[in-house]
Ligand binder design. Structure first.
Ligand code: XMP
Length: 524
């Protein structure tokens, strides 16, 4: 898997930081733990569960956290872990499934007690503990488990329990092994952050020196080491991810960088002009503007399947970059602003595939580039913080995300010039009204979607048979989950009446009130 090999190859980090490895036993859990560790200013890296002890030692971690996961230690396909890890002299914290795995692997007992615990649960600290010292003896924690540890392995002290978990926490301080059944990483465990910090700072002795400034230093070093004296091209879309990636690469290797802005004809109204103005005029980057509308639309003609659209767009992007690179000398590297959630959603060994993000799962096998992806371990909010630190203007740092495949995945069914024009006109009204209401920065994304149906209406004295437009506006922290935005009725009303009056092909407007999960943010 792309994400894993990058981590194992040591691409993710260098420099003088204490680092904690999060072993991925269920990706949704691992990423949140990794964030919490970074919020405590300690560098974290997610590693796959089949990582070997030698590979772990090579990364010289200050500590290891085993994440939660969906499985039972007794399931046929239960995740296992090399038990030599527990004797490697590196402190380990097992969380939920990780806690059970720790107990099960070292001779403790895990059972189905018949009292599954889900949600808020009261925990009682029952013994002297490194993790709970200075925390209240009774506290609420968030549980989500069926099996429970009923007997700790030899050498462990039981430090806390709940009604359904006789061994809700355990530790063997001599060996530096700790386990908790609950989820300290979620906000519903109010003192969870402090517990994690005690593990990081006290048990592992990690120093809180990992900051947005250090992320930049580390990325710059890593980019220089990877690229050397060769030339680099960067696919620039004008969005925050590719802009921050480009700014980092420019800081690292300066004039070796050429940015390529591909206008694939799937952009929103006015976008191409805006990107030119910002990057060529304000930032003075070497910018090549490729007008490739015909090429993309020809490749997409008649294609209605969302995954097929992404594959075609991902491949066509690369072919355009290759054509440009052929014109330049010694250009083997392609910079992409791929983020951690793009990789997770495109599917890893431990996370189901939701969508093949065009810049991950949509890359052709035979492409000629080596990728430079300085943001692949970061979440959007971290990327924004890095962008601010790099001095990028607020319009870029706080721009709402726009997917690489653009309007093609907001037009359900056939992507034609005519339908693109309809959506562009309606979408720009949605954004104008959002801005007018002062809501732009509060929303994660706000946009229009054009479904592949027509509806009957009445305008003037006549019947109309035209398109509906769906408005989608969501709030989110990182796009992994999202909620539909409670837009004021007046804002919805203004959007609806303007769209129907100003876009003749649309006679009806609907508002999407689905959260993610179970829906996703984009319709395709
Ligand atoms: P979903 O629809 O999966 O989207 O909830 C999560 C976030 O990712 C964006 N997105 C993409 N971005 N290429 C991208 O560059 C893609 O193929 C792609 N698909 C979804 C989406 O806009 C949202 O911010």
């Amino acid at each position: 898997m792309a994400g894993e090999s990058a981590v194992l190859a040591g691409q993710a980090s260098t420099g003088d930081f204490d680092r904690v490895l999060v072993v991925d036993l269920g990706a949704q859990y691992a990423q949140l733990i990794a964030r919490r560790v970074r919020e405590a200013h300690v560098l974290s890296e997610i590693v796959p569960r089949d990582i070997t002890v030698e590979e772990i030692k090579a990364r010289d971690p200050a500590g290891i956290i085993l994440s939660g996961g969906p499985a039972s230690v007794y399931a046929d396909d239960a995740y296992e872990i090399d038990t030599a890890l527990f004797g490697a002299g590196v402190p380990v914290l097992g969380i939920c499934y990780g806690h059970q795995l720790l107990a099960h692997s070292l001779g403790g007992t895990v059972e189905q007690t018949g009292t599954a615990e889900y949600g808020k649960t009261e925990l009682e600290v029952t013994g002297d503990s490194a993790l709970f010292s200075n925390l209240p003896l009774r506290q609420d924690v968030w549980m989500s488990h069926g099996d429970a540890v009923v007997a700790a392995p030899e050498g462990f002290a039981v430090t806390a329990s709940t009604a359904g978990s006789p061994v809700a926490a355990m530790e063997d301080r001599q060996r530096g092994l700790y386990g908790v059944q609950f989820h300290p990483e979620v906000v519903h465990t109010p003192r969870g952050t402090e517990l994690l910090q005690r593990f990081l700072y006290e048990a592992c002795g990690a120093r809180p020196t990992w900051t947005r400034h250090s992320i930049i230093e580390q990325s710059v070093d890593a980019i220089r080491a990877q690229v050397g004296g060769e030339n680099v091209i960067c696919g620039l879309s004008g969005g925050v991810d590719s802009s921050v990636a480009a700014a980092l690469v420019q800081k690292a290797v300066g004039s070796q960088l050429t940015c390529i802005f591909v206008d694939h004809g799937l952009l929103r109204a006015g976008e191409a002009e805006q990107v030119e103005a910002t990057f060529r005029d304000a930032f003075h980057v070497n910018l090549i503007h490729v007008k490739a509308e015909d090429r993309f639309l020809e490749a997409l003609a008649g294609v209605t399947d969302p995954e097929a659209k992404r594959m075609i767009i991902g491949e066509t992007f690369i072919r355009v970059f290759e054509d440009v690179a052929d014109e330049l000398t010694d250009t083997r590297f392609l910079v992409q602003g791929t983020l951690y959630p793009d990789i997770i959603e495109s599917g890893t060994k431990d996370a189901a595939k939701i969508k093949s993000h065009h810049n991950v799962g949509g890359l052709p096998d035979d492409m000629q580039f080596e990728l430079v992806e300085p943001l692949r371990d970061l979440f959007k909010d971290e990327v924004r913080a890095v962008g601010e630190e790099l001095g990028l203007p607020p319009e870029i740092v706080w721009r709402q995300p726009f997917p690489g495949p653009g309007l093609a995945i907001r037009i359900i069914g056939d992507v034609t010039r005519e339908r693109l024009n309809i959506l562009r006109a309606a979408d720009s009204i949605v954004l104008e009204e959002v801005r007018k209401a002062g809501l732009y920065n509060e929303l994660w994304q706000s946009f229009g979607v054009l479904p592949a149906i027509k509806t009957v209406g009445v305008q003037g004295d006549g019947r109309t048979y035209a398109h509906p437009l769906i408005i989608r506006a969501v709030t989110s922290d990182d796009a992994m989950t999202a909620d539909w935005a409670r837009l004021p009725y007046e804002v919805l009303e203004a959007m609806s009446s303007r769209i129907i009056n100003e876009v003749p092909e649309i006679n009806r407007v609907a508002y999407d009130i689905s959260s993610k999960p179970p829906a996703t943010i984009e319709w395709e």
